[in-house]
Design a protein around this ligand. Structure first.
Ligand SMILES: Nc1ncnc2c1ncn2[C@@H]1O[C@H](COP(=O)(O)OP(=O)(O)OP(=O)(O)O)[C@@H](O)[C@H]1O
Ligand SMILES: [Mg+2]
Length: 242
């Protein structure tokens, strides 16, 4: 097998006495889609923050395309191809939708015209053309989620970290979100996605990894995970019994 795109090696992250990530290791291959699930407080967002560089690990290493990026700030990781969305949507509300996306594409392109051109392509890809000149603050919440995705895509990532991008969507909006993630997958971008709704995760991912109390307790196909007694006890019990 070729070298993994991402290699997370034995990450620990403490917050005082709490171990939010406890010896977490994960490899992600080029173009692979990994679902990251687990109960509230399991350490999923902490893990994303450590991969993206927003949080330093207490111990451990992050390699991207074979290169140790553990000491790099988020913008420099982003230039290498690591992009993320936030669990709580962040946009520049007074700026137009297109300008918000340009913020992303400028990270890759210092030429303003090229950056704008790239932003327009991404705008179409996420189906927000009709809202190009609208201030981001006026978007509906599902549109804001698509904008957040657009800003991440505009940095031309090789790895995209999606933190609950479907949360709070109606079933119709979620279907649209699933279609969008499928289109991203077709472009060859690797994705790690955190989602609580198994019906959303399962059809999208190649593999599921389960975090509980900061540790990976299981990893495998959707079928393997949903029948794993440890996972059912820690997380899935209620949704399967329901
Ligand atoms: N900056 C912080 N300071 C102190 N504790 C933190 C901090 N960030 C996270 N934690 C704690 O670390 C643990 C893991 O939090 P994290 O946000 O990574 O969980 P999560 O799996 O993303 O949960 P959720 O599904 O609710 O989003 C929690 O107990 C949380 O309270
Ligand atoms: Mg979280």
């Amino acid at each position: 097998m070729s070298e993994p795109l991402l290699q997370v090696r034995s990450i620990f992250r403490n917050f005082g006495a709490l171990r939010a990530n406890d010896d977490v290791s994960l490899d992600v291959q080029v173009g692979e889609i990994v679902g990251l699930i687990g109960p509230n407080g399991a350490g999923k967002s902490t893990f994303f923050n450590i991969i993206a560089g927003a949080l330093a690990p207490t111990r451990g290493q992050i390699l991207f395309e074979g290169r140790d990026v553990t000491a790099l700030v988020p913008a420099n990781r982003c230039r290498l191809g690591i992009a993320r969305t936030f669990q709580v949507v962040r946009s520049f509300d007074s700026m137009s939708v297109i300008d918000n996306i340009v913020v992303g594409s400028l990270l890759r392109n210092h030429d303003a015209r090229t950056a704008r051109h790239m932003a327009c392509e991404v705008l179409e890809f996420v189906e927000l053309e009709a809202r190009a000149d609208t201030p981001a603050g006026d978007l509906t919440s599902p549109e804001k989620r698509r904008l957040e995705l657009a800003r991440a895509l505009a940095t031309r990532p090789k790895l995209l970290l999606l933190d609950e991008v479907m949360a709070g969507l109606t079933p119709t909006e979620a279907l649209r979100g699933i279609a969008l993630v499928k289109r991203i997958r077709e472009t060859g971008v690797a994705i790690i996605m955190v989602e609580h709704v198994m019906e959303i995760v399962m059809p999208l991912v190649d593999r599921i990894v389960v975090l509980d109390l900061g540790k990976i307790i299981a990893s495998g196909s959707a079928a393997e995970i949903t029948t794993d007694p440890l996972v059912v006890a820690a997380y899935l019990g209620d949704s399967i019994r329901a």
